[in-house]
Design a protein around this ligand. Structure first.
Ligand code: 9YW
Length: 431
């Protein structure tokens, strides 16, 4: 497939996944609006349909909660409760402002949106119209950051905690295994609520029933506490500081600084916060013994031993100190992740005994995290390796199509076939 044919295919995927005012990640598997998916999608959609890119972000932020959190899913009221589990009835979220009348989850995802907003702006020819979009979004983006910095600083160290593996966007990553082990498994929860993902996708690719039962227990605990963040340390069963989530939190501040300059707001506090988070990330989540970053279980204070792609994402930060930058590059180039090879980086250490080439975030290649690493390589001036990674990403997409994820051994496309962020980021890579 030529680049032109891939571009055409990617545009068709995005057009087919557009629904009224947002893009669904995949028609079959994910029929609602997902938070960080909308941001990645907007980056690529800005190239051919900027008005839809803005609309997607606007519809997501129209469902923002009063406390600033942006829900990880905004449910489409026209989709049956049976088509995705857990749906709105399970989440039972309090009414929030927004056209969907409060049909949302109560958890969040990484705040990629400021990066998307800045990128759409830079791509828009009508700068005045684009500036008006930024003026509408900016206070909402800031409110989301404030929620994460204040409501979610559970450990009081300046990093945001996630309260559920779904909040990371990397659902069943081995990074959560040690923290999840303390969560009781009640498989009867899956008998009373039928999993929908395993009806439309291959079971051996998806999180196990044990993991899923734990996800439901954790979500129910947060819901039953009224989605309040006070006192989480005393009663919530899962609290983790994720290096990818916090890197994106800092990256968001850098994008907000750029946006602030465009609309005449003060950029300096955003740059200061980005610098501070970068420093705390290094102090708290970097392990000199492995030379990479690891998730911290806030309940025990322990760093996870697992070497996951999330531990390389701090590379996206231009202010990462030289020592960490070079050790992350060494790890990325090592046999564990294989930067420079024909296939992009896997989600988990290829040399680990429990590396699983098919199961979701326990091995497969995902384009969005590789795209972040690609940004990092460019930010640090590693242009040749950035070009190699770009070629590897486009190579698997050209051979396999716009799949949800790819086999890290032979590069075959697996998961949902017409997946929005793969299509959108392919467009961005070819821009
Ligand atoms: C789920 C929609 C979401 C992504 C996540 C990915 C998966 C499963 O699909 O989550 O049920 O939410 O892990 O990153 O946002 O594409």
């Amino acid at each position: 497939m030529t680049e032109e044919e891939l571009r055409q295919q990617a545009v068709e995927v995005l057009d087919a996944n557009w629904e009224r005012d947002h893009t669904v990640p995949s028609r079959a598997l994910y029929p609602h609006q997902w938070s960080w998916d909308s941001a990645f999608v907007a980056v690529g959609m800005a190239l051919h349909r900027p008005e839809r890119a803005w609309r997607d972000l606007r519809s997501l932020f129209a469902a923002q909660w009063y406390d600033g959190r942006v829900p990880h899913i905004v449910f489409d009221p026209d989709v049956s409760e049976r088509d995705y589990f857990p749906g709105p009835a399970f989440w039972d979220a309090p009414a929030s402002p927004g056209r969907l009348g409060g049909l949302t989850t109560g958890i969040v995802q990484p705040p990629v949106h400021p990066v998307a907003a800045r990128d759409i702006y830079l791509r828009c020819l009508d700068r005045d119209a684009a500036r008006r979009e930024l003026e509408w979004l900016y206070p909402r983006l800031v409110k989301q950051q404030t929620y994460l910095f204040e409501g979610r600083d559970v450990a009081g160290d300046g990093l945001a905690s996630i309260v559920h593996p779904w909040e990371s966007g990397l659902d069943n990553s081995p990074a959560w295994d040690s923290a999840l082990a303390a969560v009781p498994v009640d498989l009867s929860l899956l008998r009373s609520h039928r999993r929908q993902d395993t009806q439309v996708s291959v079971h051996s690719h998806r999180p196990t029933d044990t993991d899923y039962a734990r996800y439901i227990t954790i979500a129910a605990s947060y819901r039953d506490g009224g989605y309040l963040d006070e006192g989480l340390l005393e009663h919530h069963p899962f609290l983790v500081e994720c290096p990818a989530f916090n890197s994106i939190l800092a990256l968001a501040e850098l994008a907000l600084a750029d946006i602030a300059e465009v609309i005449g707001a003060d950029a300096a506090p955003h740059r200061d916060r980005a610098e501070h988070v970068t420093k705390v990330l290094v102090d708290r989540l970097y392990d000199a013994r492995t030379g990479m970053f690891h998730a911290r279980d806030v309940r025990t204070g322990q760093l996870s031993a697992a070497r996951c792609v999330s531990g390389l994402i701090p590379l996206v930060l231009p202010g990462l100190p030289g020592a960490q930058r070079s050790s992350l590059l060494d790890m990325a180039r090592s046999a564990a992740f294989g930067l420079g090879g024909e296939v992009p980086l896997p989600s988990y250490d290829r040399t680990a005994p429990d590396f699983d080439r098919l199961r979701y975030w326990r091995g497969p290649v995902w384009i969005n995290v590789n795209w972040l690493i690609w940004q990092g390589l460019r930010a640090h001036g590693h242009d040749r390796e950035a070009a190699d990674l770009r070629a590897a990403m486009l190579g698997v997409i050209r051979r396999g199509g716009c799949h949800e994820y790819f086999d890290p051994v032979d590069g075959a496309g697996i998961g949902a076939a017409s997946f929005s962020w793969t299509a959108a980021l392919a467009l961005d890579l070819m821009a």
